[in-house]
Design a protein around this ligand. Structure first.
Ligand SMILES: [Zn+2]
Length: 471
């Protein structure tokens, strides 16, 4: 079984400790979802003051920016007076932003580049993840031990709470994750840390027959998968090849389109929740299985939806971006950090009774699958090796009959041979053999009219128009 990760004894021991920590905090985590609004508010204020105190005393970059701020007298209401920060700020000042001097961008990048299909700890403590974000520009994020546990708990607490609400025995059940292969991406990294004897992981980059065979073998009760992978799995049910009966389905990373949601309900009668994960806030929001939408991780994060100019956007209106303040991860203080996701806060209280605010399910289109003569290839085959190359700032993958052409904007000289080998190998494992990958370093990658970069351009689109702008 080639998808089983190679885990060193040392990292295996750390993983077990992390899993024990998660089990220990879960009862409190489940209760938090039903905390009254005032209690949540007090917790946020307490954590915000602690974050600002650490940032001001231990981060050179923040110390300068926060010099007129008294952390002891700041409340969430005053947040809008603090300066915002961007991914450019983060990447330009990384070493001055982090509060542990040992963690430098160079070391974080080297760690990322070394990850091979498994979880690993930097300095026995930290996780490092990279993100392209919807804008396509790369960011590097380091997570401390406890925040990583909390990020994992936000996923699990909604499942356990729903089990209790449905009168089922709460606790660990057989879980399968169809997620990123390499732990450079948040979904893959979490699945890797918290993967136990009951939790199975199937890289989304495997050929579909292998994923189906694996799922049939382990019979997951909870199925956690990319929305795009769920769309394909439902087809396998219709074809009679996938024979599982998950009770709960968690759709991650991408929008769950209405057709897929209906097909999941028809196929499995499963309870469904969407999960919105970001490298900046881990499990940023997750559904409660009782209603549409997702509850913000309100005790851990402050999310401010804003318009193009940074002015607040009210409930019911869609934002153009948001500012995220991560209250739990002081090693990398993200304070009013700009994230380019569009969200809509829902004003109606949720049927489940939680006072944690909700966001509407993330809309938009899925990253396009590439279809090579009937073999569908998930974008992760490209995303994962590209995310591991430190010098690649942004990229666009264009499907070609012969394989793919990849435009890359770089800050240095990426190892082109290594990158090409990794992608060709990924394609081969996904069932597409003998293709070539043309890597081109460019000054500029054309954008869509919205200003966003379309990262994956399938063949039909590329063939039908002069460029990717039409998407
Ligand atoms: Zn709810």
């Amino acid at each position: 079984m080639r998808y089983l990760p190679l885990v060193t004894a040392a990292s295996e021991d750390l993983r077990r400790r992390h899993q024990a920590d998660l089990a220990r905090i879960l009862p409190d985590q489940v209760e938090r979802v039903d905390w009254p609004a005032e209690q949540l508010c007090a917790e946020r204020e307490r954590r915000l003051r602690a974050l600002l105190t650490t940032a001001k005393s231990k981060s050179r970059w923040h110390a300068e920016r926060l010099r007129s701020v008294d952390p002891e007298h700041v409340s969430a209401e005053d947040l809008s007076e603090l300066p915002v920060m961007t991914k450019d700020d983060l990447m330009a000042h990384f070493d001055d932003i982090v509060t542990d001097r040992r963690v430098t961008l160079t070391r974080a990048e080297a760690h990322l580049a070394s990850l091979a299909g498994t979880d690993a700890y930097l300095d026995g403590e930290y996780h490092v993840v990279a993100s392209g974000g919807s804008s396509g520009r790369r960011g590097v994020f380091v997570w401390g031990w406890d925040p990583w546990t909390l990020g994992g708990a936000v996923r699990v607490r909604q499942v356990i709470r729903d089990q209790v609400r449905c009168g089922e025995p709460p606790g660990a059940v057989v879980t399968a994750a169809v997620a990123a292969e390499v732990a450079t991406h948040m979904t893959g990294a979490f699945a890797s840390t918290f993967s136990t004897a009951l939790a199975h992981r199937f890289p989304v980059t495997l050929p579909m027959e292998e994923i189906v065979a694996g799922l049939n073998r382990v019979q997951p009760v909870v199925l956690n998968a990319y929305a795009s992978a769920l769309a394909l799995l439902v087809r396998e049910v219709d074809a009679g090849r996938l024979r599982i009966r998950p009770r709960r389905v968690i759709a991650t990373a991408e929008p769950l389109l209405p057709g897929t949601r209906e097909a999941i309900t028809a196929a499995w009668k499963a309870r469904i929740a969407n999960l919105w994960g970001t490298s900046e806030g881990a499990t940023t929001a997750m559904g409660c299985f009782a209603a549409d939408g997702m509850h913000l991780s309100h005790d851990n994060l402050i999310i401010e939806p804003v318009d193009e100019d940074g002015s607040p956007v009210g409930p019911g209106e869609r934002s153009t971006k948001l500012y995220l303040t991560n209250l739990i991860n002081p090693v990398l203080p993200l304070i009013r950090y700009e994230v380019t996701d569009e969200i809509t806060i829902l004003s109606e209280p949720c049927l489940c009774g939680s006072s944690m605010p909700r966001v509407a399910d993330i809309e938009g289109r899925l990253d396009d699958m590439f279809d090579y003569g009937g073999v569908r290839v998930h974008p992760h085959v490209f995303r994962s090796p590209l995310g591991r190359e430190p010098s690649v700032v942004e990229y666009q993958v264009r499907q070609m009959l012969t394989g793919a052409t990849i435009l890359m904007r770089c800050t240095g000289a990426p190892d082109l041979d290594r990158l090409r080998t990794r992608i060709v190998e990924g394609l081969r494992r996904a069932g597409v053999d003998g293709r070539s990958v043309d890597l081109r370093i460019v000054e500029h990658i054309p954008r869509q009219s919205s200003g966003k970069l379309k990262r994956f351009v399938p063949l039909e689109l590329g063939a039908a128009s002069s460029g990717p702008e039409r998407a």
